[in-house]
Design a protein around this ligand. Structure first.
Ligand code: SAH
Ligand code: SF4
Length: 346
């Protein structure tokens, strides 16, 4: 059995333990400051705590961060951490360095209940929601690994963030807390498969969190098969929600489109997408399909992708193509599955 770690029991439980040990309530705050502001992960180094308290804390929580199942490093600089949670479930988070940014891609669930047919996480089914401490654990493991604070956070790892909103917003509060990492909300992006009620709730929250919607295709029949949650939140409702977000926030929404060969990469698909974008403040991000073992789908051929982009551009829609990062270590979008046997490539 692995030694109890602070992050695997969570800060709520930690505070209770401190009270049981007869420590004042502000001790917990001091410990949090060491961890989230100074990136110190050992009680021995928390020098404003008395020696006696440090010993008591070490006895109660032999580790601050739980052991990492695996670190994988791609040749392109991307690193992925596979974390073993308190109940032995595995979850993944990815750090993507760029010229002057460092983006952490975080998971919100173990598996995912949405079950998109082209997604490795969807294929594994849904195990459970993560707690906010388990989301922050991913952040701190990546901080420890990279030695740096992230410049951007994207909720684009395993799971559907809007199906775990309580923990999602608690984690966002911790990320933006000036006493913690102090990130600006506009540095944070939530990616959703189209949970309309989640978009509505985001609008009502303070801050400038960015929204990305994994649209993929703009006709209900095809989207029902690719992204099954479309049956619950069809395109008409989704468009309304996106429109409302744009109106309320004046922020541009990213529509993500994974192009799959002969599935959603044809002329009619591009035209449907153009109609969907009409009247919306959006930008389309074409994502190359990342293949994973056992998938029946294939990426759209380059010439079809080019043609697809041309149609969007001609209609005046801003289009980008997302660089795929961390593909070799299965750290790219849709390749995360919480498996410890993914190969490390040096
Ligand atoms: N559940 C949320 C966020 C996690 S998925 C969502 O679906 O938006 C993050 C992104 O990866 C989504 O845009 C998703 O559509 C995309 N994705 C899933 N499987 C993929 C694959 N095999 N190749 C490329 N992108 C994929
Ligand atoms: Fe879930 Fe997103 Fe994967 Fe769909 S693409 S199964 S919503 S993680």
């Amino acid at each position: 059995m692995t030694a109890k770690s602070l992050f695997s029991v969570g800060f709520g439980e930690f505070q209770k333990t401190l009270a049981d040990l007869g420590m004042p309530a502000f001790r917990a705050k001091q410990v949090q400051e060491w961890i989230f502001r100074k990136f110190v992960f050992s009680f021995d180094e928390m020098t404003n705590l008395s020696l006696a308290d440090r010993e008591k804390l070490k006895a109660a929580f032999p580790k601050i961060l739980p052991p990492v199942e695996k670190y994988l490093q791609d040749r392109d600089g991307t690193s992925k951490v596979v974390v073993k949670l308190g109940d032995d479930e595995l979850v993944e988070a990815v750090a993507i360095p760029d010229e002057d940014s460092l983006t952490f891609c975080l998971s919100t669930q173990v598996g995912c209940p949405v079950g998109c047919v082209f997604c490795r996480t969807g294929e594994m089914g849904f195990k459970r929601n993560l707690s906010s401490d388990e989301i922050m654990l991913q952040v701190m493991l990546l901080v420890k690994r990279t030695g740096k604070k992230p410049t951007n956070i994207v909720f684009m790892g395993m799971g559907e963030p809007f199906l775990n909103r309580k923990a999602l917003y608690e984690a966002i509060d911790m990320l933006t807390d000036p006493q913690g990492l102090g990130l600006a909300t506009r540095r944070i992006t939530i990616s959703t498969s189209g949970v309309v009620e989640g978009i509505a709730e985001l609008i009502s929250r303070p801050g400038e969190v960015n929204l990305a919607v994994s649209l993929h295709v703009a006709d209900n029949a095809t989207r029902n098969t690719l992204v099954p949650i479309n049956k619950k939140f069809p395109l008409e409702k989704l468009k309304e929600a996106i429109s409302s977000y744009c109106t309320h926030t004046s922020r541009r929404v990213t529509l993500e489109v994974v192009l799959l060969k002969n599935v959603n990469d044809q002329l009619q698909d591009a035209m449907n997408l153009v109609s969907f974008c009409e009247g919306l403040l959006v930008h389309v991000n074409i994502v190359r399909f990342n293949h994973f073992p056992g998938s029946n789908y294939e990426p759209s051929p380059e010439k079809d992708e080019k043609e697809f982009r041309k149609i969007l551009k001609k209609a005046g829609i801003a289009v980008t193509v997302r660089k795929s990062r961390g593909q070799e270590i299965l750290a790219a979008c849709g390749q995360l599955a919480g498996k410890s046997d993914d190969q490390e490539k040096k």
